[in-house]
Design a protein around this ligand. Structure first.
Ligand SMILES: [Zn+2]
Length: 469
């Protein structure tokens, strides 16, 4: 589908939350888009006066809200078909008996279908760009991202050591891990009109030798790309690092010691860190992805307020479907604010309703997300010269009316269902809640079938609950 002829738009009569450096919000704003870029933004009347003369399609948003596309900085697109396979189980069962058998039995076609299904949910929740946390079949993911019209930093799941991994995986050497990622980079980086970038991955420190860590660091520099890694997820991880790697605290202390911390590191979760380690993250400008729902379920309370106070760039992620079930960054914005207000009870003896105010949470989901994926020069805010990645929100429904404070409404009232249209790279990828580039019903049907086949191949059985008759 080539809609290049129609990619000149004026959207006007909208409340525009730009997320620019001056935090400008236009009560009645307009924006002009030529192909994939924003060429003008301002008061609606001025925009119409200056630009409405010729070839732009003019769209009146009738007071709806316009925001930058939201950015999900930690999502396992390959795990979408595993939604519901590991609910209410302990961490070891989750990993050894559900997730590893699932992932190790996945084909590239499964990954493609899983990413399509996940992508549909991401688009419905207003996401235009995401960072893949690491899966087995990057080519399958890339095919789905290209088709959906999304923007993404894709990453392979990389491990070169560790106990308990499925035998079919076989442990690869550090050299093999690097080589395979270099090939993926060559094949897919900067493809799909520049919407796809390939990053390096480290699944987590317990599955990585020092050789892999250091080669990953150096290769990322050479390819000028980012590294996505799960960091300091559980106390056990820190304990193991202290025992085996001779440091007095956990993963972050060790990564600092070996010179791994850097501004191109996207550190997922990062829950179990002390004050010194927050200092290291800040000094090296490491980016943190906070996944509130997954943290509450599996990991613990991350010191997000302390990180933000120390100028660490914290963004938001959903994690994967078996850790969260809901791939909605809208839900994560709400949770991030509530959980971090509530967490203050541990330090202050009372919750703190002023912690993580709505504007900070919006920043996490937009500009901080853009910094986290190393793309802040082109996305994350609505500004002249940036890519046309944006979402239209209908605030006139039971979930948001009345609106006395438009900024707080976007965090505390907004539901996924309020997001009506999504544009990425100057193209509508959802319009009036219709996914544009794939048949949503067909993908749902394919996903049901692929998920059933995959679970049966992997020998995963979900015990019945209650009195299922
Ligand atoms: Zn993850």
């Amino acid at each position: 589908m080539n809609d290049a002829m129609n990619s000149r738009f004026i959207l006007h009569n909208a409340l525009i939350v730009t997320m620019d450096k001056e935090s400008r919000v236009f009560r009645n704003g307009g924006i002009v888009i030529d192909n994939d870029r924003i060429v003008a933004i301002g008061q609606s009347a001025d925009i119409i006066r200056q630009y409405s003369s010729n070839s732009h399609e003019i769209i009146d948003l009738h007071g709806q809200f316009l925001l930058p596309g939201l950015i999900n900085t930690h999502v396992h697109t390959s795990q979408q078909l595993a939604r519901g396979i590991a609910d209410d189980v302990d961490l070891l069962t989750w990993l050894h008996h559900r997730i590893w058998p699932y992932e190790s039995n996945m084909t590239e076609e499964d990954s493609y279908i899983s990413t399509l299904l996940c992508g549909i949910e991401l688009i419905h929740s207003g996401v235009t760009c995401f960072a893949e946390a690491g899966g087995q079949h990057v080519s399958g993911m890339a095919k789905a991202v290209e088709l959906l019209g999304l923007r993404a930093c894709l990453t392979q799941s990389v491990m070169d050591s560790g106990d308990g991994l499925p035998s079919s995986w076989g442990i690869r050497t550090a050299d093999e891990c690097i080589q395979s990622q270099k090939e993926l980079h060559k094949k897919h980086n900067n493809t799909a009109d520049g919407r796809i970038r390939i990053w390096l991955g480290i699944r987590q420190i317990m599955n990585s030798t020092d050789q892999l860590l250091l080669q990953t660091r150096d290769t990322a520099k050479e390819l000028q790309t980012g590294i996505h890694m799960h960091v300091a997820e559980i106390p056990f991880e820190n304990d193991l690092v202290m025992q085996t790697r001779e440091v007095d605290h956990g993963t972050v202390t060790y990564l600092e010691k070996v010179g791994f911390l850097s501004s191109n590191l996207l550190s997922a979760h990062t829950v179990w860190v002390n004050e010194n380690e927050i200092g290291y993250l800040s000094n090296h400008e490491v980016k943190v992805s906070h996944c509130p729902a997954a943290a509450m379920r599996m990991l613990g309370f991350a010191p997000i307020k302390e990180m933000l106070d120390a100028n660490v760039c914290v963004s938001l992620g959903t994690d994967g479907a078996p850790s969260n079930n809901r791939m909605s960054i809208v839900d994560e914005m709400y949770l991030a604010s509530l959980i971090n207000k509530g967490r203050e009870v541990y330090t202050k003896g009372t919750t703190d309703p002023t912690a993580l105010p709505a504007e900070s949470v919006l920043k996490m989901a937009t500009v901080n997300g853009a910094k986290a994926v190393l793309w802040e020069n082109e996305i994350g805010s609505l500004e002249v010269g940036k890519k046309a990645d944006m979402i239209v929100i209908n605030p006139s429904s039971w979930s948001m009316v009345p609106i006395h404070d438009c900024i707080s409404s976007l965090v505390y009232c907004l539901r996924t269902e309020n997001i009506v249209s999504v544009m990425c790279n100057g193209r509508w990828i959802m319009k009036n809640q219709k996914i544009m580039n794939v048949d949503e019903a067909e993908i749902i049907s394919m996903a049901k079938h692929a998920a059933a086949q995959l679970l049966s191949r992997a020998g995963i059985q979900i015990p019945n609950r209650m009195n299922l008759v």
